[in-house]
Design a protein around this ligand. Structure first.
Ligand code: ATP
Length: 242
């Protein structure tokens, strides 16, 4: 592959007081790639995404298009540069409609004409017909799967270049999980680069190009997804044996 690195993470470290949640993580996301970070509870996956988004102070280097994102580049500025995070808790506005939640996702594009935002909304509805059917429904009354779809749709309204997904399958039923991973694959085809954090290693490695195994704050293993899925250590620890 000769694609440009879009996001480069070098020696990223985060501590919560004395707890070193991330101890020098290295990772590369190339243009148009789907990269997954798998690992057990507490490995530091959420911490990694929060630090990349600028929600937590971190040591080390994060480069977007080769440009360093220093501590003074805050969350809003990172969104403006094309990064977006769909947090594990989804964080929707429960009392607002599906469509109003989507509209808020385009906040960073308020300088653009309304027509451009409406066009993105149409794309999001094509990807998630379920959201279109429920456009007037209060977000708080959606099912778990629909809420995850709305969180993803809202992120897409920002027209991100780097889409970071924190455990999109968490707490969902198996059939819905399949649907969510199918959508993640569809998203990849739109050209957006995706960083997918998952505990569901089997499903994540199936859709990803490349994977990292995060264990207690450091990258224990990395490689093309197919290689990782075939790796005995990965199979034994994360795929429930083979
Ligand atoms: P999970 O899959 O369970 O969400 P994770 O891989 O996302 O796990 P993190 O949530 O990043 O892991 O947590 C990494 C470590 O940092 C854990 O030991 C956790 O207890 C600790 N930690 C996370 N957030 C805080 C915090 N706000 N204050 C103190 N320690 C924290």
């Amino acid at each position: 592959e000769h694609k440009q690195p879009l996001l480069e993470v070098r020696d990223l470290a985060v501590a919560y007081g004395k707890v070193e949640a991330l101890q020098g993580a290295n990772l590369t996301l190339r243009e148009g790639e789907l990269v997954t970070v798998i690992g057990p509870n507490g490995a530091g996956k959420t911490t990694l995404l929060s630090a990349l988004m600028g929600l937590l102070p971190a040591r080390g280097e994060v480069l977007l298009d080769g440009q360093p994102l220093n501590a003074d580049v805050d969350v809003e500025a990172r969104v403006g540069r094309g990064m977006i995070l769909v947090p594990e808790k989804r964080e929707l506005f429960a009392e607002m409609s599906v469509e109003d939640n989507l509209r808020l996702g385009a906040f960073s594009r308020r300088g653009e004409g309304a027509a451009a935002r409406e066009a993105t909304m149409a794309d999001v509805y094509d990807l998630f017909p379920r959201l279109k059917e429920r456009r007037g429904q209060e977000a708080g009354t959606l099912s778990g799967g629909e809420r995850q779809m709305l969180a993803m749709g809202r992120a897409l309204m920002a027209k991100p270049r780097v889409l970071m997904l924190d455990e999109p399958s968490l707490g969902l039923a198996p059939l819905i999980i399949r649907e969510i991973f199918r959508i993640v694959s569809e998203l990849k085809k739109t050209g957006v680069s995706i960083l997918l954090v998952e505990q569901n290693a089997r499903a994540a490695l199936k859709v990803a190009d490349y994977g990292y195994v995060l264990e207690t704050g450091h990258v224990a293993l990395e490689g093309p997804s197919a290689d990782l899925a075939a790796d005995e250590r990965v199979a034994a620890t994360y795929l429930g044996g083979k």
